[in-house]
Design a protein. Structure first.
Length: 445
């Protein structure tokens, strides 16, 4: 009876209801008070009404976590999270979709739905992930559950980023970040990870000056208050900003700091993803370090096979292929390019284009010029259907370099023009001058 009374009071407070509000028109406030004092045992019918108003189940109010439905649900959620950690996203999704949330307490809903969103994201279904996360975040923000809001917002900001909606990613993230700071959890792991994720979106949008300023602020906050994991997240994203500004030496220093911090914590998906990024960075130094890059990429691949997504594994294949190409092994580079492309579906446009660029490079080194050119043109056609962004601008530039090397000057010029346009740099010639140039070309023809 005492346990039931305590659970009813805890769930009422969690729901933000007074005893009068919980009583409604069906009971008196004094009846609720007597139950919470352990002096009255509610009937099954009364308990069902109260449970519905509290967003939980009568089974949970009466038996707590020992209720059969609660034990089954926790077991299913646990199996799903284990499947997700082992890279078995389909199994995790199917287990969670089969779970009837109406039979378990609302306190478990967020955990189950967040895991479901992560399964959708791992399978590349960003729209489904966002559809799960949006109402989940709205509810957590309304109830002022700070830590839960931060966790959900981090996943949602990342999903919008991956979907290419950088503006909404930043706007939503900043709103939640301000709420968390007002609620006094600045400097916690959850706060720092959300701030680091938003920083990533600023970087991709091209706001490098502001991103660098914010990164410096977050580094100071992390060093003062953050845990190893929180510091690692900030240093990682600060390295992306440094890379975007062209300071690869600083990007390397920050990445190595991030690796040092994340290696000290418990195992997570972040560490192999960071190793993948480090391998990518080592291949773009001047001079590049392909041997060291391979060491990190091999280690990242082993870990990502267990906990990574198909997109991450494909990126690992592509960077490994680039390392082999720098070492003079074009055959291995081609195998890696084709293996990575096989992992991707049509939704991963940018990654498909990067894979085709690598494939074209490998074929070109092997002397298969026509096949290489076909891979480059495939990438150009796919990029032409994409919206603007820094990532697509970088791929357009890379494509232009390759088309020029193959003697397709006209197509290379078009690629360079698209790269500038995607980066936000428009044509500057006055209309009259453009008309004059076109007229001169026509008269010469």
């Amino acid at each position: 009876m005492t346990e039931l009374a305590d659970r009813l009071r805890e769930e009422r407070i969690r729901a933000g209801l007074s005893q009068t509000a919980l009583a409604g028109d069906d009971f008196s406030p004094s009846y609720i008070s007597l139950i919470e004092a352990g002096r009255r045992v509610p009937t099954d019918a009364a308990l069902s009404v109260l449970a519905e108003r509290l967003g939980t189940t009568a089974d949970f109010l009466r038996h707590g976590d020992k209720a059969p439905s609660e034990e089954r649900a926790r077991l299913e959620i646990g199996f799903a999270r284990l499947a997700l950690a082992n890279g078995e996203a389909v199994e995790a999704r199917d287990r969670l979709l089969a779970l009837d949330l109406s039979t378990i307490a609302s306190r478990h809903h967020a955990e189950a739905l967040l895991a479901l969103a992560q399964a959708h994201e791992a399978l590349g279904h960003l729209d489904l992930s966002i559809a799960v996360l949006e109402p989940l975040l709205k509810e957590a923000r309304k109830a002022r559950r700070s830590t839960e809001s931060a966790l959900i917002a981090t996943s949602l900001v990342s999903a919008y980023h991956e979907a290419g909606d950088l503006g909404h990613s930043i706007e939503l993230g900043e709103q939640v970040l301000a709420e968390l700071e007002d609620q006094g959890i600045a400097g916690t792991d959850e706060h720092l990870r959300l701030a680091a994720t938003i920083l990533w979106s600023y970087y991709e949008r091209g706001d490098l000056l502001f991103a660098a300023h914010r990164a410096a602020e977050l580094i100071r906050l992390a060093e003062a208050n953050g845990t190893m994991r929180g510091r690692g997240s900030i240093y990682w994203n600060a390295s992306l900003v440094a890379e975007g500004r062209g300071d690869l030496a600083e990007a390397r220093r920050l990445t190595e700091r991030a690796l040092a911090y994340l290696s000290e914590g418990s195992a997570s998906r972040d560490l192999p993803r960071l190793r993948l990024h480090y391998g990518w960075l080592l291949l773009r130094l001047d001079p590049p370090e392909p041997d060291r890059a391979l060491e990190n990429l091999d280690q990242a691949a082993k870990e990502l096979e267990l906990i990574g997504s198909e997109v991450e594994l494909a990126r690992c294949e592509f960077e490994t292929g680039r390392a082999y190409l720098l070492l003079g092994d074009a055959d291995a580079a081609e195998r890696r390019a084709r293996a990575g492309l096989e992992r991707l579906d049509e939704a991963a446009t940018l990654d498909l284009c990067n894979g085709q660029l690598l494939l074209g490079d490998a074929l070109s080194v092997r002397g298969a010029v026509e096949e290489a050119h076909a891979a480059y043109r495939w990438a150009a056609d796919m990029l032409g259907m994409m919206s603007a962004g820094r990532e697509s601008a970088a791929v357009w530039r890379a494509l232009g370099d390759r088309l020029r090397a193959h003697g397709d000057v006209e197509a290379a010029a078009e690629a360079y023009e698209r790269a500038l346009s995607e980066a936000g740099i428009r044509a500057t010639a006055a209309p009259a001058l453009q008309n004059q140039t076109q007229g001169a070309g026509a008269s010469q023809a």
